[in-house]
Design a binder for this molecule. Sequence first.
Ligand code: MG
Ligand code: MG
Length: 267
Amino acid sequence: MCSCAGGQQASKPILVKSSDEILIMREANQIVAEVLSMVYEAVEPGISTFELDKMAETLCIERKCIPAFKGYHGFPASLCTSINEEVVHGIPSRKRKLKKGDILSVDFGVNFKGFFGDSALTIPVGKVAHKVHQLMIATQQSLELAIEQVVIGNRISDISKAIQGYVENKGYSIVRQFVGHGIGCSLHEGPEIPNYVQGGQSPRLIEGMVIAIEPMVNLGTHKVKVLGDGWTVITADKKPSAHFEHSVAVTTDGPLVLSARDKFMGI
Ligand code: MG
Ligand code: MG
């Protein structure tokens, strides 16, 4: 799940984690990765987003975790399911059945032993249009490039720049109203991790920070709007959008992708 740009975490302190805390966060995020992998395998034409939500929630509880999104500011489900032009925070529904050619962005978070995990990916439903496939590849690649910038001494703006430079060079646009975030004992901590370069000097990365980096990339305009349900964010021009997210720790050995999955998924 992502945060509103300029939201509460903008002014929150950046909380550094000990190596023991990072180990717990790795456990939390590995459960997120496992659940997302199982959701990925379950995606097929005809399945409803409600079924995927129930599956994620059951897997989470079986693993002694609390679903992080359910009840978060009133969000009604455990899994965010956003189809095609839906960018983020789509609400699962029995009525929303996936069709061949759709793309589905799934975002999932858990609370495990008091620490949060958060990760997302966009999944194709069967074969998707070439240009949509390319959008997914570019979004995933921008996240990989961003992760390479998670090095002690770099600034948050180095992450933002890596994403923006790559994505805009491909002719896509970046959602600005929602951003990544620090993560730890709270789902959303400081600092904000925007996917575009803002003015001013951003914080430097220091050992023990854990951040959720989550580019949201649109095929058309960067503009988005929120539907009447108060949650679902869609592109203003109804063109598709992709979303990939990993929770990453800043370590002396470089970036540690806490939510890494066994195999590449989403393309
Ligand atoms: Mg998320
Ligand atoms: Mg997030």
